[in-house]
Ligand binder design. Sequence first.
Ligand code: SF4
Length: 500
Amino acid sequence: MNALLIYPEWPDTYWSFKHALPFEGKRSLYPPLGLMTIASLFPPHWKKRLVDTNIRPLTEDDLKWADVAMLSGMMIHKPELLQILERCRKRGLRTVIGGPVASSVAELPQHADHVVKGEAEELIADLCQGLENGTAKPMYEAAERPGLHLTPLPDISLINLKHYSAMAIQYSRGCPFNCEFCDIIEIYGRKPRTKSPDQVIAELEQLRQVKWRGSIFIVDDNFIGNKRMVKEMLPQLAAWNDRLTHPFTFYTEASMNLSDDLELLQMMKDARFTRVFLGIETPVEESLIQAQKQQNTRRGLLESVQRIQSYGMEVMAGFIVGFDNDPEEIFDKQVEFIKESAIPLAMVGMLIALPNTQLYRRLLKEGRIVEEGSGDNMDTRLNFIPKMNPEKLVEGYRSILRRIYNPEAYYDRARRFLAQAAPLHRTTPRMSDYVALLRSMVKQGVLSSSRRSYWKFFIEAATRYRHAFDRAITLAIMGHHFEVLTRIVCGPEPEPELER
Ligand code: SF4
């Protein structure tokens, strides 16, 4: 059996980093870990080929070679996935779809021959057998969520590592919190399940053996969902990384309660975590309460961010506008908070009611859902009727982006982050880092209209923040991605009003 695994292309959003990756000469941020993991569960006599369409296009030769096409992706990939499914079906190729999108989109059985809903570890053997003898069912759904001890090492022979900016591993699934807009808890549950420290180290060792060095993205939606387990694992991770003279640094996503736990912060610092993504969402307490995000209300958000940054971890954060309780001045409040917090990479999005969420169900009951939603939180086509006037909401959203990603404001936050976040872990520079530096100097320092702000930042980074120069250049490059995206979402700056 020839199994063709296909991963769809990322649309142009914050997380694609499409405008930053070319600086490093990379084509995608990290590889499709889910497909690589299920590929390890295929019968040994199966042949497998993975096409990550972020790296290269899917060809007719791939389709001709395959007996079955297996796709995976998230809600945001839905349009691309439907196109690929259509292409496969036109050729009469059998299709299977899984991944988070399969839990959110009800109509998928109309587009694919087989749908795998939820986590696949305990379903793959049955599916493979069914595909071989022609008795595969239209729908596979696990009765229970599997323990992660069943998750095998991903098959890294399926990818070419050099095209990726970071490698990915997963430590846990699930999150104990209950945010109203979140689909993670619906898919993976509120009881976090973790891998053992030995499993984590085996995955890292596999990457080290194939000579990967540099960043590892721990893709968990909340890395600290089970603090007790994570505290058991981290010292072993740190000891392994120390013993091998630090082949890797790490970044991940976590909930705000990370800031209360100094022991955990120190452990993450020791293991060489350099960046953490936090869902801050909004500085408005009433909106947090309505979003059932109480874990962000019991603390000073600014102090929490500063405390985490003081452990050498750059905070990247998500912000949302469009909550029912948002006041008129929400846009100014968000800008003020982002400025004060010195968070360089602030990912501000519009609230989306994703299909498989408590928010969607509430708004449906209230008669306020207008469409399924794209999963892209920069999409200004709202999928529900907001309390605020929609035009005002969209224009306010755009005004936030314009204000936080104008070069002066962005470099100011980056500068203040570098000043307050010492000491940072340094990584051993790779050839791609030098290439990125050169490209950044040419593209941002010569060709860009914001070159004055760039050089001012560059000179300060090279003199006052020499200890973190590599991080400063990374921030400049990422800033470029956000600046370009802002122009795409907002269009040209509105003309200033003429004085009468
Ligand atoms: S903390 Fe994050 S992962 Fe957990 S429920 Fe809230 S949004 Fe979802």
